[in-house]
Design a protein. Structure first.
Length: 539
């Protein structure tokens, strides 16, 4: 039986082993491919930056607009910081944020070495990467903000960078501390939800401030006091220090479970399998259906509309975490579209992402049918018809999410014209989220398709397939953009939103027809391709 040498310096051996492993990994890197991907990332980032700069523009804000930014800017930034902190708390309460390889969990952490020293190296590497990304993003956003806000551009760039870094350090430190103290998952969810709710209430003017306002004030340093931001920096560094000091107390079982699921999650993301990514993420978050539904639906004898009833029962068994996530996504979409109405067009992309994520959660019944094809095949109903009927419950759930977003947007500036516009825009937003989620679930990518295409068009085809659900969900938010353009031109914004909403309704109808007749359309396209190929092969 092997016994460790009591005089051996195991921590030094572990450090040397990691250095040797890093040298081996660097020796096997293909530097040509690495430079190609680095160049491609730089070009895409620069293109995205200049497109975003074109949307934002470079004209200075008026005095009234600048006063609004000065008054409410820290509250908006505090909401972003609260969301990041909530994500960190939830991740830490479930064993995160560190993701180790299974070999590290099973051998290094079970070896007779100090667990804290063994984990601080991976923790600091992950923190270094997150801080670098946050600094780059904060610098870019600060540069864009400096083009429109009063004050020197260098000051906005500096405070934008500091705000992004402090937010990441605060969220990462909270995750480490929650993991080290083994915070219960329900406690992390409650604390995170309370912080986000307080920040949103501050944005709406319902409360005079929130605990995260000090963090948000960092991004407004050129026009706001510096002292609250300095306190937030000290708190973030202290929380990170506590997490690093007690990192050795993390749960080994949670670390091994997390390493297994994250490995599968990365593989599914590489294959662009959205459904598998969603399922694995729920397993990672320990998100299980309720044993008892929120409301009991009684069944008496032979029921009509069994598909709809089954979908409704599934909704009534959603866990509280999913309900809260849908509400937050609705609020995020509503506030983002309120920003679009105020003139910040790039927030349209944020609203599209929120609607797509909410649509994926709302389409759970349809996704379950796709996960169990043998059960669907045993039903006395054609599969396309069954899938179309599942869209009804998903659309109803998305209507509720859209109404929550409309309420959040109205709280910023209540008015009767705003209420009418919100009601007109809620329906298209719900349909866009369902259409984007349905295309993402039903249009499953086939890796063999890329092999049959010319190399010149493979990249464009893959990019379109990835962007297609996002484009559909973003299209549901276009009525707000049309309403803003109509208001600027002196026309009725409600009529303009209704016109574009009618177009979105037509697109949703085409989506339903595609789901209903998808097999026939694919068969017709295959027959057309084969026929054209046969003609080309003729002498």
């Amino acid at each position: 039986m092997f016994t460790a040498d009591p005089d051996a310096d195991l921590e030094y051996s572990l450090t040397e082993w990691r250095r040797w492993r890093k040298r081996r990994q660097l020796a096997h890197i293909d530097w040509i491919d690495a430079l190609y991907w680095a160049d491609l990332t730089a070009v895409c980032s620069a293109a995205a930056f200049y497109v975003l700069a074109g949307f934002i523009g470079d004209s200075r804000l008026t005095a009234d607009q600048m006063a609004t930014v000065t008054t409410h800017g820290d509250a908006w930034l505090a909401t972003l910081a609260a969301l990041a902190l909530a994500v960190g708390l939830r991740s830490g309460s479930r064993g995160g944020p560190l993701v180790l390889e299974q070999a590290d969990v099973r051998h290094v952490l079970l070896a007779p070495v100090d667990r804290g020293r063994a984990l601080r190296g991976p923790v600091l590497r992950q923190l270094r990467f997150l801080v670098f990304v946050a600094a780059v993003v904060g610098l870019a956003v600060g540069h864009l903000a400096g083009r429109r806000l009063e004050g020197h551009a260098a000051g906005w760039m500096a405070c934008g960078t500091i705000f992004a870094v402090v937010t990441v350090v605060l969220a990462f430190g909270a995750a480490l501390t929650a993991a080290a103290w083994r915070l219960p998952s329900w406690a992390g969810t409650v604390i995170g939800f309370g912080l986000v709710a307080g920040a949103v209430a501050d944005v709406a003017g319902a409360v005079p401030g929130s605990p995260m306002t000090a963090v948000g004030s960092i991004g407004m340093w050129p026009v706001s006091p510096v002292a609250p931001g300095l306190v937030a920096i000290v708190v973030a560094l202290g929380l990170l220090g506590i997490g690093l000091a007690r990192i050795g107390n993390v749960s080994l079982e949670a670390a091994e479970r997390r390493s297994t699921l994250v490995g599968q999650l990365r593989f599914a993301a590489t294959l662009q399998d959205v459904r598998t990514v969603v399922v694995l993420r729920r397993q990672l978050a320990l998100e299980l259906p309720r044993l008892r539904p929120w409301v009991t639906v009684k069944v008496r004898g032979t029921e009509r509309f069994p598909v709809w009833k089954r979908g409704l029962r599934g909704v009534l068994r959603w866990p509280a975490a999913r309900v809260g996530r849908l509400l937050l996504l609705g609020v995020a979409a509503g506030l983002a579209l309120r920003g679009v109405w105020a003139g910040t067009t790039p927030l349209l992309a944020l609203a599209g992402v929120a609607l797509l994520l909410a649509g994926l959660d709302s389409s759970e019944a349809l996704a379950q049918e796709l996960d169990h094809p043998s059960r669907s095949g045993s039903m006395p109903l054609p599969l396309p018809v069954l899938q179309v009927r599942h869209l009804a419950v998903a659309t109803a759930a998305m209507v509720v999410v859209a109404l929550v977003g409309a309420a959040a947007a109205l709280l910023v500036e209540p008015s009767m014209p705003g209420l009418a516009l919100a009601m007109v825009c809620a329906g298209p937003a719900a349909m866009g989220g369902v259409a984007g989620a349905g295309v993402s679930l039903l249009a499953v990518p086939d890796p063999a398709d890329a092999l049959l295409m010319p190399a010149e068009v493979t990249g464009l085809f893959q990019a379109f397939r990835v962007a297609r659900p996002f484009l559909l969900s973003t299209a549901g938010a276009l009525p707000v953009l049309a309403a803003r353009a109509a208001a600027d031109a002196g026309r009725s914004p409600v009529d303009a939103a209704a016109s574009v909403g009618g177009l979105m309704t037509f697109v949703f109808a085409l989506f339903v027809v595609w789901v209903w007749q998808r097999d026939k359309l694919q068969a017709a396209m295959s027959a057309a391709v084969n026929a054209s190929g046969g003609k080309r092969d003729e002498p």
